[in-house]
Design a protein around this ligand. Structure first.
Ligand SMILES: Nc1ncnc2c1ncn2[C@@H]1O[C@H](COP(=O)(O)OP(=O)(O)O)[C@@H](O)[C@H]1O
Ligand SMILES: [Mg+2]
Length: 353
């Protein structure tokens, strides 16, 4: 559980401390009062990155040089130091990670505190681009498995290098086979690990009991192997990018039609309501998978989601309050039943902070 959070020069915050009491906290504040920024800082403590930007310096308060997010769980102090790339006139790293005051690499920083987030953009997971679905898989797996985090980091690095070689081959007509061999080997090794672990999670999801909405996930994997790379050899030089591997993975979600025992892709055949139920179910599975792997439930963070959902959907979310730490942000407390509001910790943002 996250007990304390201190923000310093983070987004719109100068300096602000939060203490989380009890299992459920509801943060109420008007638009632009800093709710999503608060949620982003909590996400940063779990993942070591933002969910809405890859440019870390954007999280730093405008025109500041250094900022901090510090969090305290029952037994661990986590800190991310942010800079704009320059500190006291010297070039510096954009991000630094500390666990109990000791500097760590990102792969070792992650895994100390876990979060399942639910924000309006998650409502697009099933219907929008495949990168959202890959991101969903990575969020689950990165939190429970250090070797997966290492595989992802190494794979992405090898992919960048190999794509640069392909571009060079396209522009010059010369292939540096020795270098290709080196990066291919790394790409295949880490890529196959990623595929296997994604497959494991999808099998878990398909075997898990679904009380919200029943579905079947179909893993549309892009297998990477020596044969496959050979097969795409010419096409890749033409394209200048690597055409096979888990960076091209996708999955689809199918619902069951009881009448004739057929299955249908929710993306094309599901109603908006069914798509949302499926997302709720996916999030629930995410929580259970993490609990299963780590032996404790992650903190559940809901950012301004209630304005997007109807009463029935909200009711399903409220059913799991009390089963883990839950932090909810909302513009109006009226989105939650009075019995719940009376029992939870309330934090109010009165105006822009
Ligand atoms: N790096 C930054 N420095 C200062 N302010 C920022 C920065 N990034 C965003 N903001 C501001 O933070 C404010 C609150 O944003 P947000 O947390 O998204 O509000 P909401 O409560 O609607 O979720 C916005 O007015 C935005 O312009
Ligand atoms: Mg917001």
């Amino acid at each position: 559980m996250l007990k304390k959070l201190q923000l310093q020069n983070f987004r719109n915050y100068d300096k602000k401390d939060f203490e989380f009491e009890g299992l459920t906290t509801v943060v109420i504040g008007p638009n632009t009062s800093g709710k999503t920024n608060l949620v982003e800082s909590i996400y940063l403590l779990a993942f070591g990155k933002s969910f809405r930007t890859d440019k870390d310096a954007q999280m730093l308060k405008f025109s500041e040089e250094i900022g901090r997010v510090k969090g305290k769980t029952e037994d661990t102090e986590l800190e991310v130091v942010l800079t704009n790339g320059f500190l006291y006139g010297q070039k510096s790293q954009y991000k630094k990670f500390l666990v109990n005051g000791v500097s760590k690499r990102k792969v070792d920083f992650q895994g100390n505190f876990s979060v399942v987030m639910f924000s309006p953009q998650d409502l697009e997971i099933i219907i929008e681009s495949p990168s959202l679905r890959r991101n969903f898989l990575d969020e689950v797996l990165e939190q429970v498995d250090k070797s997966y985090r290492v595989d992802i980091t190494s794979y992405n690095k090898a992919l960048r290098q190999r794509n640069a070689l392909l571009e060079l081959a396209r522009d010059t007509g010369v292939r540096n086979e020795k270098q290709f061999e080196y990066w291919n080997e790394l790409l295949i090794k880490h890529g196959q690990n990623i595929t296997n672990k994604r497959e494991e999670f999808i099998t878990f999801a398909n075997n898990s009991q679904k009380t919200i909405f029943d579905f079947l996930i179909n893993y549309d994997k892009s297998i990477i192997s020596e044969e496959r790379l050979n097969q795409y050899r010419e096409a890749e030089v033409g394209a200048g990018v690597t055409l096979v591997g888990p960076h091209r993975d996708d999955f689809s979600v199918s619902m069951f039609n009881k009448a004739d025992d057929s299955t249908h892709d929710i993306k094309y055949f599901g109603s908006r309501g069914q798509q949302r139920l499926a997302i709720l179910q996916l999030k629930h599975i995410e929580i259970e998978y993490i609990e299963n792997a780590l032996g404790k439930r992650p903190t559940f963070v809901l950012d301004d989601i209630f304005s997007e959902l109807d009463e029935g959907h909200i009711g399903l979310i409220l059913e799991i309050l009390g089963e883990q730490q839950t932090i909810i942000t909302t513009t109006h407390k009226e989105f939650l039943p009075k019995e719940i509001i009376d029992k939870v910790q309330l934090i109010k943002f009165v105006k822009e902070v």
